[in-house]
Design a protein around this ligand. Structure first.
Ligand code: ARG
Length: 460
């Protein structure tokens, strides 16, 4: 079959090469971006008198028809025409004749693919942001209902100090807030239109790049044609933002996996979001969380693919760059799928507050508060720390918690202890007195929730 480049060649492409070279299997998803980009280009060619207006009109009508035919599933692309760009150009020429052959004036597939990818990434960033906002809202909702749900906070996975489930969830909401700003930042920086860079050295035709940019909703145009065709920084930025986002989802997944084990039993996943075992009848597994944790590696893999693919490339376009697509597409698909399933799984997750409280009441998580009690009565903190440490040692020996000690027992360690120590080390006091900015006190976490809700409102 005749290739678009047939003029120079004396032989047909080997079938293996044909297959190997072709990207239509995966870049067919760029059909809409490709057609919209070509429409803007054709309009500009017509307006600038580079092609006749009636030819531009024929191209626009032909492309509109092709778009609706693709959307209606009437078109099957051909491996023969290598990629989405040549497939569509070929279809257009078959339909409208010579005018179709003029579409590629002042353009190369190199700047064409650069444009398509930018259009696609911009659109996907918006969709991912929406999904992240949806999850942030779910976190705020859970937090609002659990301002008083005391649970142990951990360091080194050892019970450390009491927090609340609301406080815990708002930690994740703040991570997601940063994810949103990273995605927004990436989109702002990449909002430049590359068409007009040509193959690498622009064109001698009197094109109007700014018109094309305005037509397609870009903020500006790329400033150097070599860079315009070879820049994939925005793909790397996107994949690194997505990797960090997945890392956050993976950490929360890990927590939920632990929390639904019998060792913790802090939460119960809804049956609709859990799976069973083929042999063990008692099992209810958190597969969704485990898959999210697992798929995080896959997104990191895409980031590594791009970084490695680009590191040795001379300017300008090299065919290696065709490999950017599957990495970017797979990362985007994976992140969207994870967010789509994680949000309802999280929303339907039942909290077992009594178990959280029970866990919080064992493990001496109010020991810091006991030391602070003495420090507030004038004992230097280092001495207060030591006294409390000895108290904890004694409690372990006697199988008691701090609040189970009698006042006499307290006084054996320091005469400063009075009846009010019981109030000071009460779990709820430990939480509600931590009302400094960022702390777990209910009214402070309510402020944190409000801050995230305002962020969502202002940025959505
Ligand atoms: N399919 C190619 C890609 O995805 C389009 C650009 C091809 N340009 C070229 N000169 N071979 O990168």
């Amino acid at each position: 079959m005749a290739k678009m480049w047939e003029g120079r060649f004396g032989k047909e492409t080997d079938l293996l090469v044909n297959d190997f070279n072709s990207s239509i299997r995966f870049d067919c998803r760029l059909y809409e971006e490709d057609i919209k980009g070509s429409m803007a280009h054709a309009k500009m060619l017509g307006k600038q008198g580079i092609i006749e207006q009636k030819e531009a009109d024929a191209i626009l009508a032909g492309l509109a028809d092709i778009l609706s035919d693709i959307q209606e599933g009437k078109i099957s692309f051909s491996l023969e025409y290598e990629d989405i760009h040549m497939n569509i150009e070929k279809l257009l020429t078959e339909r409208i004749g010579d005018a179709g052959k003029r579409l590629h004036t002042a353009r190369s597939r190199n700047d064409q693919v650069a444009l398509d990818m930018r259009l696609y990434v911009k659109k996907e960033i918006d969709e991912i942001r929406e999904l992240v906002f949806g999850f942030m809202e779910a976190l705020c909702e859970k937090a609002k209902k659990n301002l008083d749900t005391v649970m142990p906070g951990y360091t080194h996975l050892q019970r450390a100090q009491p927090v609340t489930f609301a406080h815990y969830m708002m930690a994740y909401a703040n991570m997601l807030k940063r994810d949103i700003t990273r995605l927004t930042d990436c989109k702002e920086r990449m909002d430049e239109m590359p068409l007009g860079s040509g193959a690498l050295a622009s064109t001698t035709h009197p094109i109007d790049r700014k018109m094309v940019a305005a037509e397609l909703g870009f903020a500006s145009v790329t400033d150097n044609s070599l860079d315009g065709v070879s820049d994939r920084d925005y793909c790397i930025e996107l994949l690194s933002a997505l990797s960090i986002l997945m890392m956050h989802l993976s950490r929360l997944s890990e927590e939920i996996i632990a929390w639904c084990s019998w060792e913790f039993k802090f939460v119960e996943l809804d049956d609709a979001y859990s799976t069973g075992s083929s042999i063990m009848p008692q099992k209810k597994n958190p597969d969704v969380c485990e898959l999210i944790r697992g798929k995080t590696g896959r997104v990191y893999g895409s980031l590594t693919t791009l970084l490695t693919m680009l590191k040795g490339l001379p300017l300008a376009y090299n065919k290696d760059m065709q490999e950017d697509k599957e990495a970017v597409f797979d990362a985007i698909d994976t992140v969207k799928q994870c967010l789509e399933v994680f949000t309802p799984m999280f929303e339907t997750m039942e909290l077992l507050g009594e178990n959280m409280k029970k866990a919080a009441s064992r493990g001496f998580i109010n020991a810091t508060d006991c030391a602070d009690y003495l420090a507030k009565k004038g004992v230097p903190f280092r001495d207060a720390y030591k006294i409390t440490g000895s108290l904890v040692g004694e409690c372990i020996q006697r199988g008691k918690t701090l609040e189970e000690l009698t006042l006499e027992e307290f006084k054996e360690f320091s005469p400063i202890f009075e009846e009010d120590v019981y109030h000071a080390i009460d779990l709820m006091t430990c939480v509600s007195e931590r009302k400094v900015l960022g702390g777990p006190a209910p009214q402070e976490v309510a402020r944190q929730i409000q801050a995230i809700e305002n962020f969502i409102k202002e940025n959505q």
